[in-house]
Write a protein that binds this ligand. Structure first.
Ligand code: DQA
Length: 146
């Protein structure tokens, strides 16, 4: 059976393509989902895609991934820098976790340099634009097939 992967996007990422395109590019979240779905099929992964502007929704999605998913790709948006609750939820998940940021957060404001999620992530991707999601999927494919 194909390993199931959950991609999770946090607040404001529903506006991808319209929101600060100089930083986040012109691709929409639907474009990202379509690209990832095609790649996942090639890699033999079963992909689920989720976005929420609400911390609790993201936490519920992480809980639902427990026992059903082998890996999570998460771009928690601004919650990256603030949410102990999302870190705690990820710590209940036993599969692989890749943290993904479209922009290079380390080149930006100081408050974006700290990530709670990085304390749990098995890998971190930042600054590769929306291509980062595909890089994360490729890495998970390697990890889940051992
Ligand atoms: C982001 C970086 C965060 O600092 C920001 O709050 C976002 C998007 C990124 O993908 O580059 O919403 O996670």
């Amino acid at each position: 059976m194909a390993a199931r992967i959950q991609i999770i996007n946090g607040p404001n990422l529903n506006l991808l393509g319209k929101r600060q395109p100089d930083i986040y590019g012109h691709e929409t979240l639907d474009d990202v989902a379509a690209d990832c779905t095609a790649l996942a099929a090639d890699l033999g992964l079963d992909l689920q895609f989720y976005q929420s502007n609400h911390e609790g929704g993201i936490i519920d999605c992480i809980h639902a991934a427990r026992d059903t998913c082998a890996g999570i790709v998460i771009n928690p948006g601004a919650y990256t820098h603030t949410s102990v609750a999302i870190l705690d939820a990820l710590n209940t998940f036993e599969g692989f976790v890749i943290e993904c940021h479209i922009s290079n957060v380390h080149k930006r404001e100081r408050f974006r340099h700290h990530s709670y999620v990085s304390l749990r992530a098995d890998g971190v991707i930042a600054g590769f634009g929306t291509e980062g999601y595909q890089l994360a999927l490729r890495r998970l494919a390697t990890l889940v097939t051992g």
